[in-house]
Write a protein that binds this ligand. Structure first.
Ligand code: ADP
Ligand code: MG
Length: 666
């Protein structure tokens, strides 16, 4: 089997499943191999009934001591019984599973594994699966991969496909020299690929993950190193020296720049005028006002007769930037044409945009990564700004450099990271920090609460809406998913409507929607037609609705601190007092400790370093990706040790072109 084989050639994957896989970006055997599990199901040791904790999937080994009863509830059939061990008694409940009655015998000792919930004042186990002690023993130690999937495509089918790939593929050569693997205790690459999908035990999983994360980091660092050497040769082909127009605009803004903004703006100006093209990262906490710096840069470039582009990670954000720049140019009577280019435009619209770009009719171009697709031919692209997408910066400069002229690059990021890591990750860039918030801001008020506080939170949100304000509710998931106990946007929006009644306009938004639908929903919120928006983290990046004052984050325990901080940054952007409610069903003290960090400070840098301190290396199973820089497996916070290790190794290695780390592992 070779890597370019289509997945539909695998046993059990027909055209229909093939299409579903394609919708996940999986077309070839290689794609499938690099579709890593998002989590693993584990069959852990049974715990004593007295030690059960609410909100978790747990296992007990106990005797059935209650009568097995089957009743009809309001709308569903319910089976119940009681279990006992030396430490206590536990009620078990099954909904819509009448056959359970026949599987349970009073007096028998069995293993029961299920979700532990608090009902009334007692813990119960819901929808538990039963095993004989022998069956369970066999399963223990296994980690079963759980993949990202889509409706109609089962986890089992993906897993079987990958199994065939791993069993049938010729072994690849390991591009990392043996002595380095030995020195850093890194396992062999084929072992790692098998181990990430089908680890036989936890140790094997750790080994596999360690190797693959290391590869991701090393590849990244080598790219940067190469780029830096390449960059030494570049000259500033687009010098910008006249800032009259942007300075004029700056003076007429409704606010004056903070000292920090002013300092960074001067650095940007100096770069634009210097011998070398700019390659600068502007780091600044959410709401610190990075956008205006980008806009000033774009206008300076346009005034010089060049083109400037700004790339946003989501369509929603690209449209928002586009709208506000058009408005600004009109307001200040600036003569520049702006064009929007995103993947969801119709073909005709795209062609029109391409034309305007190529003929230099448009001097400011706003969009998503559609901006760097091959079809786009720029006339004189002097400045490329990327919002929250450092990696675009790297890849893109490589490709521009190949075409001849290198534009100025400005990367904006709201993710505060400790300096030691920043130096590694942004090694090729000069760094500016906007370390001050505009003065008119009131600090956000935070609280960390249990789910029993939900009603109070709703009342509070209703009051804010009555005052004319708006609210966000964030849920971790789009729709209900088997085996995942977390709030989802679709059901939540319904429940919220029922709870608040028809006086409140509640809408929802998630990443699986069609672009047009997303835009409409977002627009509804921007125009305050929607009072409360229930959303997944698609709204995390950059959205600016200053009238929103409350953000309620459900299942806060499921997000990384950096991400929670970003989410919180959606409020507190205007003059009104804003509030952030972190809600969690978890009673674990570690969760509490993490969330308390956010509760106690609004300072992104402090949060990032605390987060780093709290994340132990043994803590890899949770959903804790900071998402920074889009590594597939690696998390720059959690895996900071591996990042440092990769940096060290990179210093002993030749450049990437000589030692090629497998690109597929990116
Ligand atoms: P971020 O750094 O998160 O991208 P934005 O650039 O979106 O933040 O700015 C957040 C809000 O603050 C915007 O509404 C913007 O107009 C406003 N803003 C920016 N700079 C200032 C300033 N110096 N004084 C007051 N408000 C400002
Ligand atoms: Mg922003």
């Amino acid at each position: 089997m070779i890597e370019s084989t289509k997945v539909t050639e695998l046993k059990g994957i027909g055209d229909k499943s093939g299409k579903l896989m394609a919708s996940l970006g999986i077309e070839t055997v290689r794609d499938l191999l690099f579709h890593y599990p998002r989590a693993y199901e584990r069959f852990e040791d049974p715990v004593a009934i007295g030690d059960l904790e609410e909100g978790k999937i747990q296992t007990i080994k106990a005797y059935i001591t209650g009568k097995v009863q089957s009743t009809r509830g309001k709308s569903v059939q319910i089976t119940t019984t009681f279990f006992e061990d030396e430490t206590g008694r536990l009620k078990a409940v099954w909904f819509r599973m009448p056959y359970m009655k026949n599987c349970l015998k009073r007096g028998e000792e069995i293993i029961l594994r299920g979700y532990v919930a608090m009902r009334g004042n007692q813990l119960v186990m819901e929808q538990g699966k039963i095993y004989t002690p022998q069956e369970y023993e066999k399963l223990q130690g296994y980690l079963l991969p759980v993949y990202h999937t889509t409706k109609g495509l089962s986890n089992n089918l993906i897993s079987k496909g990958i199994r065939q790939v791993i069993d049938g593929m010729t072994l690849r050569e390991d591009s990392l020299p043996g002595e380095i693997r030995k020195k850093y205790s890194l396992c062999e690459i084929n072992y790692a690929l098998r181990g990430i999908h089908f680890p036989l035990n936890v140790e094997e999983y750790y080994q596999a993950r360690k190797r693959l994360v290391f590869n991701e980091f090393l590849d990244f660092i080598l790219s940067l190193k190469e780029l830096k050497i390449e960059g030494e040769k570049w000259e500033n082909e687009y010098p910008v020296c006249d800032f009259t127009e942007s300075e004029e605009l700056k003076k007429n803004l409704p606010f004056s720049l903070t000292n920090a903004q002013e300092k960074v703006w001067n650095e940007i100006k100096a770069d634009l005028a210097s011998q070398k093209p700019m390659s600068r990262l502007v780091q600044g906490d959410v709401g610190s006002g990075k956008t205006i710096l980008a806009v000033l840069g774009l206008i300076s470039v346009a005034a010089q007769g060049f083109q400037g582009a700004m790339m946003a990670p989501t369509e929603v954000l690209a449209r928002q930037h586009y709208g506000s720049i058009v408005k600004l140019l009109e307001e200040y009577h600036l003569p520049y044409q702006v064009v929007l280019l995103t993947g969801s435009l119709t073909e005709a619209k795209k062609r029109e945009a391409y034309e305007r770009i190529e003929k230099r009719e448009a001097s400011i171009i706003i969009g998503t990564h559609a901006l760097i697709q091959e079809k786009v031919i720029y006339d004189s692209l002097a400045l490329v700004i990327t919002d929250e997408q450092h990696r675009f910066g790297v890849k893109q400069r490589e490709s521009f450099a190949n075409k001849g002229k290198v534009p100025h690059i400005l990367v904006m990021s709201a993710t505060p990271i400790p300096r030691t890591l920043a130096i590694i990750l942004y090694g090729d860039l000069d760094i500016s920090v906007v370390d001050e918030l505009p003065k008119n801001r009131l600090p956000i008020k935070n609280c960390v609460v249990g789910v029993n506080y939900r009603k109070t939170a709703y009342r509070f949100m209703m009051e804010e809406v009555k005052k004319g304000r708006q609210c966000y509710v964030i849920c971790p998931m789009v729709e209900e998913s088997e085996g995942m106990e977390a709030e989802n946007v679709l059901d939540y929006a319904k429940t919220l409507k029922d709870a608040m009644g028809s006086d409140f306009s509640i809408d929802f938004l998630h990443g699986k929607m069609k672009q047009k639908e997303k835009d409409e929903k977002m627009e509804g919120f921007v125009e305050n037609k929607t009072n409360i928006l229930v959303s997944t983290t698609v709204i995390e990046v950059g959205i600016d609705v200053p009238n929103a004052t409350v953000i309620l984050i459900e299942n806060a325990e499921r997000f990384g601190l950096a991400q929670l901080h970003q989410l919180r940054g959606r409020v507190g952007r205007g003059e009104h007092q804003s509030y952030c409610i972190f809600m969690t069903p978890s009673k674990s003290s570690a969760t509490k400790e993490r969330l308390e960090i956010l509760n106690n400070t609004n300072d992104g840098f402090k949060i990032a370093s605390e987060d780093l301190r709290l994340r132990g290396p043994g803590d890899l199973f949770g959903i804790r990706q900071s998402g920074l820089l889009n590594f597939k497996l690696g998390d720059v916070f959690q895996d900071s040790d591996l990042l440092k290790m990769a940096k060290e190794v990179s210093e002993t290695l030749e450049l990437k072109s000589n030692i090629t780390i497998d690109r597929g592992l990116l």
